[in-house]
Design a protein. Structure first.
Length: 167
């Protein structure tokens, strides 16, 4: 089970680090949009939509890495004062009672929405927009899938911590 957890962690790390480079691409794209619009009076809907696509990819493929690195939002009133074992119990309960049901619910309610978009090969509502809306809508399903995958790794790690005997 530890090898499985390490495999998931490795995947999350590689995806998170790879897609984090898109932030640079997003900044460059935004700067290009500003220069084109205010210096040359040229507007591009496709370029503006690409910023939304890039942002969606950063969040989608960085979510597992963020969870792995404990970069998610946490209200830490008592957590930092607890033992490793107590923290593991809180993490396990949070993952099983909050993360897993939320991710499954998102997949369940979004499935038809995304599949219809794929069936009609949905494109932008703007005539000069990007024609790949159906691809970016897939991120709605990929994100909770990656969360579930990393959640499994977190469950395995917390169970290992709980089973470990205190010195």
């Amino acid at each position: 089970m530890e090898k499985f957890s390490l495999l998931i962690d490795g995947l999350s790390t590689r995806l998170g680090q790879l897609f984090s480079w898109l932030t640079l691409g997003m900044v460059i794209t935004m700067a290009t949009i500003v220069v084109l619009r205010y210096v040359f009076q040229i507007g591009s809907i496709a370029l503006q939509e690409s910023v939304i696509y890039i942002n969606a990819l950063i969040f989608t493929f960085g979510v597992g890495y963020t969870l792995k690195e404990k970069g998610h939002v946490r209200v830490d009133i008592f957590y930092s004062r607890l033992s490793h074992r107590q923290r593991a119990w809180i993490d396990l309960c949070g993952t099983l009672l909050l993360l897993v049901p939320s991710a499954v619910f998102i997949i369940w309610v979004s499935w038809d929405y995304v599949s219809i978009s794929w069936q009609i090969r949905e494109g932008s509502a703007e005539s000069s927009g990007l024609p790949y809306v159906y691809l970016i809508k897939s991120a709605i399903l990929i994100l909770p899938g990656l969360l579930l995958l990393q959640g499994m790794s977190e469950i395995l790690k917390t169970v290992k911590t709980i089973r470990r005997r205190a010195p």
